[in-house]
Design a protein around this ligand. Sequence first.
Ligand code: URA
Length: 209
Amino acid sequence: MSQVTVLDDDPIAGLQLAALRDANTTPEHFRHHARRLGSILALRAVRDLPRTEGTVETPLATAPTVGPGRQIVAVPVLRAGLGLLGGLHDVLPTALVGMIGLERDHETHQARRYYFKIPPLDGSWVLVLEPMLATGGSASDAVAALDAEGAELVTVLSVVATRAGVDRILADNPRVRIVTAAIDPELDDDAYIVPGLGDFGDRLFGTPH
Ligand code: URA
């Protein structure tokens, strides 16, 4: 798997993204499509997961099996990342969950960490759920913190990224992987992605912007 995967060749991901971008999508439907995209992003991220091999008895004979060979730990960045967590658990039900709370200062656009609760990570594959990679600052901070906790591999799952955000995360964390549904052209003066989809957390939870 390459270090950055953009799901622009995936029509099912494209359908979910179109609905998330649509300004008329209600929070109820936004949550539905975010969940579906969470499943799609998670499945793509673990394609190269080391496997464990075993066997199972069918009614007729013994059949070989494969399964995940590492513990998966999902780490939503609060609060927007929660929108992808249900979909991740739909396809990876045994994933453990850590949480990182990062708050964006609307003046400086810098992220401040206010919460960090993570299960033991030694040897785990960690999937950071950060839907909007604008400047990449908050995701980069999260990846560095999880690396320091002993994760074997950290992959960031994103809905919309910018090239600058992706480049920043890669520059700060050379081992990281990124899976995103789209890379958009630019940021506006308030560090919102354009065309983007607006404020992911507000649209997910119906809070006024
Ligand atoms: N966070 C969001 O929710 N949306 C953006 O466009 C950028 C950061």
